[in-house]
Design a binder for this molecule. Sequence first.
Ligand code: SAM
Length: 201
Amino acid sequence: MHRVAFFDEMAPRWDEISRLGEGRMLEVLGRVPLAPESRVLDLGCGTGRTVRHFLGRLGPAGRVTAVDFSPRMLEILEQSIRDPRLVCLRADVGALPESLKGFDLVVLFDLLPHLERPPEVLCDLSRRLIAGGQLVVAHDVGREELNRVHHEKGGAVRTDRLPGDDLLKAWFREAGLEVEELESTPHTFLLRGRKAQRAAP
Ligand SMILES: C[S@@+](CC[C@H](N)C(=O)[O-])C[C@H]1O[C@@H](n2cnc3c(N)ncnc32)[C@H](O)[C@@H]1O
């Protein structure tokens, strides 16, 4: 099954499925530093649980751009969250419009294993961060369970895997991101990197 069709089909059940990981999602994302005026790019946003989290932490000047390639996921998000600080966009993370740039924080929550060329995508996303901005790859399940669930689920996600820590760290470095935090537990995963501040003139 084509990937978009796979996630479209899952969309009506995603809130119920993902509710099981709600506490772990809040625990992981709650550790990511965020200023009230931050501009956040939430990729593979699904039905919006992480969008809700960020909007709750941002002040009136903060902004969230939520991106997903599944029309049905976005439809559910747009029906349940109305907020002037939110912009939703239907797009493939591997082919984002050039206009998406200048973010303080780019987040891939429960997304990276589904990407076709993660190292290239990470390089592209790093360009879209401001100097000193952060990129976060996170999950509300541990690596082993995540990889097993994808295999058992089958279909479009059967071979989707979260790579090992060393490979992920190498991809971050190649993308110009300094790893500030990497925590892989049996129940959660958080990798947070920061783009270098511009060198002083
Ligand atoms: C496992 S769900 C996670 C949704 C959300 N981040 C959450 O944690 O609730 C993965 C989401 O990523 C989206 N997705 C997968 N690959 C994508 C891609 N290449 N471009 C855009 N969205 C993608 C799917 O449509 C789906 O909504």
